[in-house]
Design a binder for this molecule. Sequence first.
Ligand code: CTP
Ligand code: MG
Length: 230
Amino acid sequence: QAYTVVLPAAGQGKRMGAGHNKQFLLIDGVPLLIHTLRVFEGDSLCTSIILAVNEKETEEIQSLLKEYSIKKVTAVVIGGRERQQSVFEGLKAADDGIVLIHDAARPFITATIIHELVEETKRSGAAIVAVPLKDTIKLVSEDTIEKTEDRTKLWAAQTPQAFWLSDIMAAHQVAEDKGYEGTDDASILEYSGGKVKIVKGNYENFKVTTPEDLIFAEAMVASRRRGERR
Ligand code: CTP
Ligand code: MG
């Protein structure tokens, strides 16, 4: 089953504090964004890649695509103020069928998990990659615990998140019209009453977000190179 992937890369990288978009930071000498692109470039089921980028970074990204011979990018669209708007712009450039939405800042996703997600989406209509929480979660107000959540039912949502294009487009339109803001795409579909399945992923697929994540990222690349994981 072929799919299109939308990669939102139009953030500011504020929590990284690098002074510019974290997508350009080097991991093992290669820009973060390129690591993520290479996964989809190398997956034969991926027929096209759509990138959402900051307008002022368009040229820099186009030249990186050339430099690293990334061939599957069929559209580079201008992102919006929030991730949700960047994704919606990307979806407007997608072809019918199954569409994956994946944070450009998650370079360690594997083809194996992508394929499990695509299979689940074919079966159920919508699915996301998620992992069980490792920590106990506290609901806190004014530095005091109000409640301890039941960890056995809590999962951390990752990406990719996969949908049929027409379903997720319709849901994004509803969210935009009603002013609903969600932090992932599953929540956009949930808001319209859609059912979304979970595919268990792994902890390697973390989002490069804060400075110490760069240390983990370098270690991950080194570990995979030694053949310890794939
Ligand atoms: N993103 C986007 N458009 C936005 C905001 C975020 O395309 N308006 C993208 C980011 O580039 C990233 C992904 O969504 O690939 C996940 O967002 P996040 O990790 O929060 O990245 P940033 O928003 O760049 O980082 P921060 O929140 O620390 O500023
Ligand atoms: Mg952000």
